[in-house]
Design a binder for this molecule. Structure first.
Ligand code: ASP
Length: 305
């Protein structure tokens, strides 16, 4: 049986130098949160949800408390969770102002007749369940209010916002393998800055922003969602695990994404055996990894491809 392992990401993009240590530190602590659960014999599913909840509450990242704003100045969050053992999943899209969309997604995973809820319907579902009191509204991070004012003044659009936008952002995600060899994946985001209200990227779409299947492994993505959707990046990365170890197969699945879909972003991938891997082609990407031997986290200054 493979050793337990967890990876988290705090988003791709061009994170300014002065913000990189906060991104790396958030990822380290989130990976440790996942690791504590795995070390105590908990499930991969519980580990990925704990890591993403931590990152949603951190405020450093483009998720939960730190979510970017839409072109209307509102907040719409997306999240997804998948359990590789049962193939059950839950996802929410364009949920108005929500601190922990991943908790609603996790709650949906237990619903036999529901998988994905969008917009006010996702809030209504949460309000009727035990998760609502923990989800709470968010008003918009002061950093993101400032970013919104600047982007509105220069009339920048979603597309321009990732080309040289100087503000930090970063969708968050996690993958884990527990002591039983089960895998899970999760993701949470505020989306892209200045997105039109109602826009949904890759994050809440199974197989695109997140995927887990114990026959293969688990993946969680970040980046320009419209390109990730084109190749169903999370599923493709997991599918490639039949051909070799995570490091090798991710290199070729990621090349394919960049070449065929004009892809921009990053992925964490973990198979049912062996160490996981990370890959990105943006100027930087924050990530963390926990194994029983310890924890590492980085927000390096260069793309690794
Ligand atoms: N993938 C996210 C989206 O397109 C954004 C990100 O990862 O930063 O909504």
């Amino acid at each position: 049986m493979a050793a337990p392992e967890a990876w988290v990401h705090g988003g791709a993009w061009d994170i300014p130098i002065e913000e990189r240590s906060a991104h790396a530190e958030g990822c380290r602590r989130a990976a440790e949160a996942a690791g504590r659960i795995l070390a105590a014999g908990g499930t991969a599913l519980a580990a990925v949800v704990a890591a993403v909840e931590f990152l949603e509450a951190d405020g450093t990242f483009d998720a939960g408390d730190g979510a970017v704003l839409t072109s209307d100045g509102t907040i719409e969050t997306d999240a997804g969770v998948m359990d590789g053992a049962s193939l059950r999943l839950g996802a929410v899209a364009a949920v108005p102002a929500c601190r922990h969309p991943v908790r609603i997604a996790r709650r949906l995973l237990d619903e036999p007749e529901l998988s994905i809820l969008a917009g006010p319907g996702a809030r209504r579902f949460a309000e009727k369940t035990d998760v609502w009191k923990e989800v709470l509204d968010v008003a918009g991070h002061p950093r993101e209010r400032r970013r919104f004012r600047q982007l509105s003044a220069t009339r920048k659009t979603v597309r321009i916002a990732f080309e040289g936008d100087p503000f930090p952002k970063g969708t968050v995600g996690a993958v884990a393998r527990d002591a039983r060899g089960n895998t899970a994946a999760a993701v949470s985001t505020g989306g892209t800055p200045m997105k039109p209200p109602g826009r949904v990227g890759d994050s809440p779409i199974v197989g695109c922003g997140f995927f887990a299947d114990d026959a293969l492994g688990a993946a969680s993505c970040t980046g320009f969602g419209e390109t990730i959707l084109r190749v169903q990046l999370a599923k493709e990365a997991c599918r490639s695990l039949v051909e070799g170890n995570a490091e090798t197969v991710l290199a070729s699945a990621f090349d394919d994404f960049v070449r065929r879909a004009n892809g921009v972003g990053g992925v964490i991938l973990l198979g049912t055996k062996g160490p996981g891997a990370v890959r990105w082609n943006t100027p930087t990407m924050a990530w963390g990894r926990w194994t029983p031997e310890g924890c590492v986290a980085e927000c390096p200054a260069t793309a690794n491809r």
